[in-house]
Ligand binder design. Sequence first.
Ligand code: XMP
Length: 326
Amino acid sequence: TWTIGNIAEEQIARIKEQIGETGRAICGLSGGVDSAVAAAIVTKAIGDRLTCVYVDHGLMRKDETEQIERDFVAATGAKLVVVDAEEQFLTALAGVSEPEAKRKIIGREFIRTFEKAQADIIAAAPEGTTVGFLVQGTLYPDVVESGHGSGTSTIKSHHNVGGLPEDMEFELVEPLRTLFKDEVRAVGAQLGLPQEIVKRQPFPGPGLGIRIIGEVTKDRLDLLREADAIAREELTKSGLDDTIWQMPVVLLADVRSVGVQGDGRTYGHPIVLRPVTSEDAMTADWARLPYELLERISTRITNEVKDVNRVTVDITSKPPGTIEWE
Ligand code: XMP
């Protein structure tokens, strides 16, 4: 009979076969469910001959880096290299407000950092072995979309992991290429990955960098992380996680409005909640969240997050609005 357990076992066996007794592999972790489950499967297959790389760009939400560093490793026993690149990213982003310029800088720094880590891993591999495999969390819908059938392919670049140097050739390992998203989540849960990772809603690669409207600074990131954590916590507590696609929380960093708190006048920043429902993110509708939930989020954010004195809800569909604000 067909079970999620069979799926995992089948993929583990297939990957053992593909990589062989001595092959070594690298896997980039993004914090998302696909790369985490792919890495967990490959770790089961080849143990510490897989090295996972997580680039901490400083643009993640509260606790997400710890979930990878601590909980993912505890659950899988995976060998993990964490590159702390926060300062590098923030320096590169200083003074930049334009959305596409931010995306380009984040993408460029990401590729640089990942390639450097990759080169270090290759250089450190035991003598006589080569690191010839790159693990990717490609899902079945991506396989179909890109028109590739079965079989393995070698690549020179991939948009998710970043362009690899011309002379570096890897064979791809794709443990999820027969699976749909819900099956990936089920396999992840079966392999004991933390709920926060398995159930995580979509989160953009550039992270909070494109949820701060204006320049990205450490202070602004910390502020947005607090507001976002409150919004997510209350959404989860209300049991409504599964009813929406995602809920970006956005900081209008260059806007201030007047408020009153305690005895005094304040002049703080607005936060925007952007809860949406969607099938595939191509189109979306604004989610009709219960007023009681919105009220709790608003009260907590304005009470607990310094310099935020207003919480607003975005009631625009896609189109005409995109899901993210940048
Ligand atoms: P938009 O804002 O275009 O977003 O309606 C559609 C979906 O894509 C995600 N998104 C991104 N994901 N890198 C990513 O990996 C990006 O630069 C990026 N921009 C948007 C967004 O969160 C939504 O799920």
